[in-house]
Structure formats: structure tokens, C-alpha cells
Design a protein around this ligand. Structure first.
Ligand code: FAD
Length: 319
């Protein structure tokens, strides 16, 4: 960002006027990401409701400041050098339920925690989100990445999303407009581009009444399957998307890479698509291990895997 110090000071002052000490400079992001890596955000702001989220993105856009929405930080790898511009940490978490006589519609602000919401729905006897009981992160992150598990995904629940678009304002999007595919959407495709991105403010999710014990049994089965198949530790979950006709974990395992280490991060012996650490790895260690896995799978099987996670911030190779 090539702003003079006085312009930057004025921008900081404006954010402080509106958001008080929830606006800060040089905040380390490692404690906001599930991989426990990430250098400082040049500017960091906590928003507590969808109105503030929109106002923050609008203000950043109007001042030509690059902005990034941080949900649970569970599908991103933030560089050790950190992030230029403004990181908006989304804590807009209001959740409301209404019935249309047959189904129940949940309106959740985008910073609502997805797994907590899934458990809240189960406790209310509302089915549909059990697949999400163990997925970390926010509703907004799941709307962007079409998160899913155990045969369910966000596409299957989403009725509509309220999304703010730079220079155009907020409007309601249908799932069709978001062009959902496996871990993909039009919003996900904005990742890695330089143009300002759209911001998910809230989502309407469809739920169906079901007995609580049935829902609990389903959720418990998902949880025990996950415990058997996935490792603990600091990670971003699945590192790569499953390529067509393959499982990424199988390809990495078949390439002989289970247990391979770079610095403090290791390809899990339990599930080779999980790169785990004790929380002391650097982002650069993880990126080097990504490169090793990608190259080995390409060389041995001719498959070019696609990252499921987004690399955020300033990287050596430039992005
Ligand atoms: C242990 C573990 C297990 C996991 N298991 C699964 C799984 O089973 N299935 C699955 O699909 N995923 C899984 N994940 C990945 C991750 O939890 C999901 O992708 C999650 O939905 C990401 O949400 P988030 O809030 O953490 O997003 P973040 O990581 O904070 O952000 C991801 C992207 O979404 C953007 N974004 C976030 N919120 C908004 C918003 N409001 N508006 C616009 N853009 C936004 C960010 O800018 C970024 O580009 C797992 C991760 C971990 C660590």
C-alpha cells in the first residue's frame, strides 16, 4: 500500500473514531488461525455485528485499503511476514430461528461459529446441519468454501445469503448465483485475486424438525468417525482438495510421505492430507511441506492437486 504516513494516520484515526480500541495496528495473527501460524496484520479490527462488518468493509474500500475477512482462520495459511492492509475479524454472531409451518429457517450472521450452531440446532430438534458438528470456523467461511462433510454441505442447507459487494452495496444472493461445486463457489474463486472481494453478512439456512435423539445419534457417529480417521494438533484440516477420482490423502500416502517433516510440521501418520504441528511451526515450514507433497504426487501419479486452503499475506514467491 503506497499511502503517505499522514493519510494512513488519518485512516487509523477514522477507524478509531468509529470502532474505538477494537481497531489496532500490528496484531499477530497466529492466535487467530487453527494452524497457529501467521505474522502481523498491519491493521486489525474486531466487528461484533453484520452492520459493523459492512461498515468496516465499506470504509476500507472507500479508502482504497486492501481488506481481508477473517472468520475462524481454519481454512487459511497466513504467511510469517503477515498481511498488509486491514484484517477484519468477524464476530457478528447473532442467530435467529423462524418457522414457515413445515420447515424452520435459521438466519445466522456470518461470524457465527458453525459447529456451535449445528449443536444448537440439534438441541432444538432441528435437523440438517449435523454434518457440521465438527467443522471449525464460521458460517461465512463455510458459505464461501461450500464446506461439507459426511455427505452434507453448505449448498444443501443454504436458502439465501446476504452479501455486500464493493461499490454496489448489500443484496440477497441465491445459492444458484453462488455457483456451488465441491469446496468451491464464485466467492471462493475471488481468492488470490487483487480486486476487492465480496463480504458475506449473513446466511439463511433451511432446517427440518427431527427427534433430538435421532439427531444426536447421527452427530455422535460423525464425531467418532472423525476421531478414528483424523489427527488432533494444529492444522488447517484437509490441505488439498480431492482431485477428480482420487483422495488427496491416499495420493500423498501412496507417494510415501506419511510422517515426512519440515521443521516443526509433519504429514500426519493418521491421515496424509493433514499437516499437523504442536503449534510451533512456521508458515514457511508448512508451505515447504505443501510443495514437497504436491511435487511428489505430480511426479509419481501425474496428478496436480489443488490447495483447499488459501495462502494469505506476503509470501516469498509473491502473491
Ligand atoms: C481440524 C479441521 C477440520 C476441518 N474439517 C473440515 C471438513 O470436514 N469439511 C470442510 O469443508 N472443511 C473443514 N475444515 C476447513 C474449515 O474449517 C472450513 O473450510 C471452514 O468453513 C472455514 O471457515 P472459517 O471461518 O475458518 O474461514 P477462514 O479460514 O477464516 O476464511 C476462509 C476464507 O473465507 C473468507 N471468509 C470468511 N468469512 C467470510 C465472510 N463473512 N465474507 C467473505 N469472505 C469470508 C476468508 O476471507 C478466506 O478467504 C477443517 C479445518 C480444520 C482445522
Amino acid at each position: 500500500m503506497n499511502l503517505t504516513t499522514s493519510v494512513l494516520d488519518a485512516i487509523h484515526e477514522r477507524f478509531r473514531e468509529i470502532f474505538g480500541d477494537r481497531f489496532q495496528s500490528q496484531v499477530d495473527l497466529n492466535r487467530y488461525t487453527s494452524a497457529r501460524v501467521g505474522g502481523p496484520a498491519e491493521m486489525f479490527l474486531i466487528v461484533n455485528n453484520a452492520g459493523e462488518l459492512q461498515a468496516a468493509a465499506e470504509l476500507a474500500y472507500a479508502q482504497s485499503i486492501p481488506y481481508f475477512i477473517l472468520g475462524g482462520g481454519s481454512n487459511i495459511l497466513v504467511s510469517d511476514r503477515g498481511v498488509r492492509g486491514l484484517v477484519i475479524f468477524n464476530r457478528a454472531r447473532e442467530v435467529k430461528f423462524r418457522s414457515n409451518g413445515i420447515n424452520v429457517i435459521c438466519t445466522a450472521e456470518s461470524g457465527a461459529n458453525l459447529s456451535s450452531l449445528a449443536r444448537q440446532c440439534i438441541a432444538k430438534g432441528l435437523g440438517g446441519l449435523e454434518w457440521a458438528v465438527n467443522i471449525p470456523g464460521t458460517v461465512g467461511g463455510a458459505v464461501v468454501g461450500n464446506s461439507g462433510a459426511h455427505g452434507g454441505d453448505m449448498k444443501g442447507n443454504l436458502l439465501a445469503a446476504t452479501i455486500w459487494e464493493p461499490g454496489r452495496g448489500a443484496r440477497i444472493y441465491t445459492p444458484e448465483e453462488l455457483r456451488y461445486a465441491y469446496r468451491d463457489s464464485t466467492l471462493k474463486q475471488e481468492q488470490g485475486t487483487v480486486r476487492p472481494r465480496r463480504v458475506v453478512l449473513s446466511a439463511e439456512l433451511q432446517l427440518t424438525p427431527e427427534p433430538v435423539d435421532v439427531l444426536n445419534a447421527r452427530a455422535n457417529a460423525f464425531t467418532s468417525h472423525r476421531k478414528q480417521t483424523q489427527p488432533g494438533g494444529a492444522s488447517v484440516g484437509s490441505m488439498f482438495k480431492n482431485p477428480p477420482h482420487y483422495y488427496a490423502g491416499y495420493l500423498i500416502e501412496a507417494a510415501g510421505l506419511k510422517g515426512t517433516r519440515v521443521g516443526q510440521v509433519e504429514i500426519s501418520n493418521k491421515h496424509a492430507n493433514f499437516f499437523v504441528s504442536d503449534g510451533s511451526a512456521s508458515a514457511e515450514d508448512i508451505r515447504a511441506l505443501i510443495a514437497e507433497a504436491w511435487n511428489a504426487v505430480r511426479e509419481q501419479f501425474g496428478v496436480e492437486m489443488e490447495l483447499e486452503v488459501e495462502l494469505v499475506g506476503e509470501w516469498e514467491f509473491g502473491n
